[in-house]
Design a protein around this ligand. Structure first.
Ligand code: ACM
Ligand code: ZN
Length: 559
């Protein structure tokens, strides 16, 4: 039997002459993004023809497997015009889904194709889902199609267990449907963690029943600073928030796509919207406004006030009830100590705790560490773990906290060396609110402090330091890209900033770095872009062949 990598056979999607139906016949190409670990195509054997007679068989009664089948049916319907029926009974000419693959990696899958059947067997329903994604992404175009899937055996598993994407719905509010579109985009890129930045100085965007003013007052600002201006404001009120019912719906939508949401309630800084609602939680007592500009506010939660700790615990109780995942993100970044230094209550607490400035940290940094530790202990009692931005190491690391390394890789590196888990999200490589080329005039408005972060730079990012021992490397849980939305008011704009950088990210997160190849990634990208088009996603075109169908930066803001 002659086995060839499919790339040698099909450099691009091939159209076949139409035979006895008026459907267009296309040949699937398994060279998708992220590229599966092993693809063996048997060019001598007959492949599987997907057409209107094809069914999806799912024998498992597991609801996640049923949802997998429904999603596969939807995906195939969208791309080919034929939405296959789902059945529990073995039947001829079918795509058979199962989840009993023996593998230590629970997200592994095997996809085999012969003339009778396509089988996708995952080591869990999540593994099966990634096989479904590969199958879907192998269809090279959309239309009224019959698809010939070449006979093949594909085995695949991700490198990292944590494959994240962050999105900020605080600086700008995005409606539920937009959040779902972004989650579906993440699923298409095999991402399994959505880090939802849901509160900040510029808006509190999640209903908390015990503190109704958080959304009543804290979710709306009367106007917003324009561009990079320091004094010019628009005249458009901006706001919005997610009800608990909507949050549950989004959590379910993500879970259907094997994505766990990690909610971030950023504290003790980035809390000005909460202070606008409950001024007694700040050091000065206010009044405070929901912030109308960008940057780092001096007004933060007062760490010397017992009612602040009660507030934090109450909010976290409701958060935990909404989000079933193992982790809650407590932020901890960019918390100026200006107010704490002058606040009698904060200083009294520093004294009571016996915190002293030393050569490693200030007393106020240690106060923040105490603050974070209390919140983490409250969550630990409920069986949850915390993630914090790398600043939480400054006054002494919160026990058990996972470090999210954003100010470079140093925080994550130090955490892993000290035996703590870390997630790499360094701004130099993985901030998708930064421009994608050095030609800033050709780029839409983007984070002013960010260096150009082209697709290739994202692609070549390596999360595990080269000198790490295997034990240290095991503490790098994975990588994540962050999209802050100060300058990103619409879903289309967000897509332009994320795509195709998210495709590059997916290969960082999924693939063996020794096998990565940027030129090969570029060769495979147009097929994924066809899927972006099918979903009406906006995307940047810097690295696409000029023949690719395009949207561009000019349209980033206009949709
Ligand atoms: C951050 O970018 N402030 C985490
Ligand atoms: Zn205070």
């Amino acid at each position: 039997m002659k086995k060839l990598r499919i790339t040698t056979i099909f450099g691009a999607a091939m159209l076949l002459a139409t035979s006895c139906s008026n459907k267009t016949e296309v040949i699937a190409n398994y060279d998708v993004i992220p590229l599966p670990d092993k693809i063996e195509v048997d060019s001598a054997a007959q492949g599987f023809m997907f057409d209107s007679g094809t069914k999806i068989v799912v024998a498992s009664a597991d609801s996640a497997m049923t949802r997998n089948a429904e999603l596969l049916s939807e995906y195939l319907g969208q791309l080919t015009g034929t939405t296959p029926e789902i059945t529990a009974k073995e039947t001829g000419h079918a795509i058979v889904l199962s989840d009993d693959l023996a593998s230590e990696n629970k997200e592994a899958y095997e996809l085999t194709v012969n003339s009778e059947k396509i089988t996708i067997n995952g080591a869990s329903p999540a593994g099966t889902f990634y096989g479904i994604q590969t199958l879907r992404k192998s269809i090279p175009q959309t239309g009224d199609l019959k698809v010939l899937f070449p006979a093949a055996a594909i085995t695949d598993a991700p490198r990292f267990a944590y494959r994240g994407a962050h999105f900020d719905t605080a600086r700008h509010f995005f409606p539920v449907d937009s959040v779902k579109v972004l989650i579906e985009m993440m699923a298409m890129h095999n991402i399994n963690r959505f880090h939802w930045h849901i509160t900040d100085d510029q808006g509190w965007r999640i209903e908390i029943e015990k503190y109704p003013e958080l959304v009543a007052k804290g979710s709306m600002r009367p106007n917003t600073i324009i561009g990079y201006s320091t004094e010019e404001y628009d005249t458009i009120p901006h706001g919005g928030y997610y009800t608990k019912e909507q949050v549950r719906d989004i959590v379910r939508y993500a879970a259907d796509r094997h994505i766990t949401i990690i909610p971030e309630i950023d504290m003790p800084g980035h809390m000005q919207a909460a202070l606008a609602a409950y001024p007694e939680l700040g050091c000065t007592g206010g009044p405070y406004e929901v912030w109308r500009k960008w940057g780092i506010s001096d007004d933060v939660l007062c760490a010397g006030n017992d009612s602040v700790y009660a507030f934090v615990n109450d909010v976290l109780d409701e958060i935990v009830e909404l989000f079933p995942g193992e982790y809650v993100h407590l932020g901890g970044d960019e918390c100026p100590k200006t107010r704490w230094k002058e606040c009698a209550k904060c200083q009294a607490r520093i004294k009571a705790l016996g915190l002293k400035t030393d050569k490693h940290s200030t007393a106020e940094q240690k106060l923040q560490s105490d603050f974070m530790t209390r919140a983490a202990e409250h969550l630990a009692a409920k069986g949850r773990k915390v993630i914090g931005w790398d600043e939480i190491m400054e006054g002494g690391l919160t026990p058990g906290a996972v470090i999210m390394s954003w100010r470079g890789e140093e925080g994550g590196r130090a955490a892993a060396e000290a035996g703590h888990d870390a997630i790499m999200t360094p701004y130099q490589y993985l901030y998708f609110d930064f421009v994608q080329s050095a030609d800033r005039d050709a780029e839409p408005l983007a984070a002013s402090w960010g260096d150009p972060t082209p697709v290739e730079k994202v692609y070549n990012y390596e999360p595990v330091p080269a000198e790490f021992t295997p034990e240290q490397a095991a503490h790098i849980l994975g990588a994540q890209a962050n999209t802050w939305t100060e300058y990103i008011p619409t879903t289309s704009y967000a897509q332009y900033m994320m795509l195709p950088r998210m495709a590059a990210l997916s290969e960082v997160q999924w693939r063996d770095p020794a096998k990565k190849d940027y030129q090969d990634f570029l060769r495979r990208l147009p097929q994924l872009v066809n899927l972006y088009d099918a979903n009406h996603y906006n995307y940047a075109t810097h690295v696409l062949p000029s023949s690719a169908k395009t949207t561009d930066s000019a349209t980033a803001t206009s949709k």
